[in-house]
Ligand binder design. Structure first.
Ligand SMILES: [Zn+2]
Length: 346
């Protein structure tokens, strides 16, 4: 079998945007391909998608912090995408639709806070009742005051529905898919499916497993999304750059620290039974965000956080946050709409 010389593969990998297969090929042949690249080649790789202007300003109504709760309604789709039909894993995902999501929605309704739900469209098609449940239990965004530690009832504030955003078709890992046209087809299918099911075109995008291919940013921009929430270059919202050029797309950053999956997902496999430890991490992250006048975003999953002890922990956290004066609970869409004008500020 003929192989390209290493130098040719390095050149392939250095072209921006580098197709992922080239990087994979070269990694097999050279354990540290980055050592062979020039600074300009490194720049083109590092800054294919990168952080532009930070979008930090005053929050509405004098709030000190913005809080966005998000749930990735993956259920069993990531497993189905790989062809793995392991009944234990599939049923663990099914729990998200059967008990996890309804329990979380009841809690959000009790507390009167909105959330954003990023749903692989196939997950919505397999359990269409989830869309109705999310749309039927939406509550308002609200700014708490020092005296409003008591739960805000939905009837006491204007009704604002939860948000539904895109999270792939079947939680396809885009670098693994490694096909520009197929990725575009699945993105279009996801947008169309959720638009038909909800009656509204989604404005928010979150990549399955938070992983972009070389083409994702360009396709997200071309589809006209208001914001992405898959990257983590800052604690604050920022404008995304594509090959150094502003995209007009807001990034609402995520973080592994602020995600339930590392603590409760299958890789943890029960190694962290203490919900109290996770509460402490989330609480401390919130306290610093509050002190800095920043942004506090959580990523969770109904099939993980929807379990009894974990939703109880999350409710305790929401109650703690609500006990602070000047907290703005909002959907990601509301936060992105609020910070987007900062892109144009002088
Ligand atoms: Zn996911």
């Amino acid at each position: 079998m003929t192989r390209l010389p290493i130098a040719a593969l390095i050149l392939l990998a250095a072209c921006a945007p580098a197709p992922p297969h080239a990087a994979n090929d070269i990694t097999r042949l050279h354990p540290l391909p980055g050592t062979q690249l020039s600074v300009n080649q490194l720049k083109s790789q590092m800054f294919h998608v990168s952080a532009g202007r930070r979008l930090k300003g005053a929050w509405p109504n004098g709030a000190r912090v913005a809080v966005g709760l998000s749930f990735d309604v993956d259920n069993a789709t990531a497993t189905l995408s790989t062809g793995n039909l392991d009944s234990e894993i599939l049923s663990r995902g099914e729990y998200g639709a059967i008990d996890g999501l309804p329990r979380i929605l009841r809690m959000l309704d009790r507390q009167g806070v909105p959330a954003s739900f990023f749903i692989p469209a196939a997950s919505a098609v397999l359990h269409p009742e989830m869309i109705q449940q999310i749309m039927g239990t939406g509550s308002a965004s609200s700014v708490s005051s020092a005296s409003s530690a008591a739960p805000v009832t939905p009837s006491s504030v204007s009704s604002v529905a939860h948000e539904i955003g895109v999270h792939g078709w079947i939680h396809e890992r885009l670098p693994l898919l490694n096909d520009e046209h197929e990725e575009q087809r699945l993105l279009d299918l996801s947008i169309d499916t959720l638009t038909k099911m909800t009656g509204k075109r989604p404005v928010g995008y979150r990549a399955p497993s938070w992983k972009f291919s070389a083409w994702t940013m360009g396709q997200v921009k071309a589809a006209g999304f208001l914001y992405d929430s898959s990257l983590m270059a800052s604690d604050d919202a920022y404008e995304l750059l594509l090959d150094g050029a502003p995209t007009g797309v807001v990034e609402l950053p995520i973080e592994r620290i602020l995600d339930d999956a590392p603590y409760f997902g299958s890789n943890a496999d029960g190694s962290n039974p203490s919900v109290g430890d996770v509460f402490e991490v989330f609480q401390s992250e919130f306290d610093v965000a509050y002190g800095e006048g920043g942004l506090f975003l959580l990523t969770m999953h109904p099939h993980l956080m929807g379990h009894r002890s974990r939703t109880a922990m999350l409710e305790k956290l929401v109650q703690y946050i609500k006990s602070k004066p000047g907290v703005w609970f909002a959907t990601h869409e509301q936060i992105a709409n609020h910070v987007k004008p900062l892109m144009a500020a002088k």
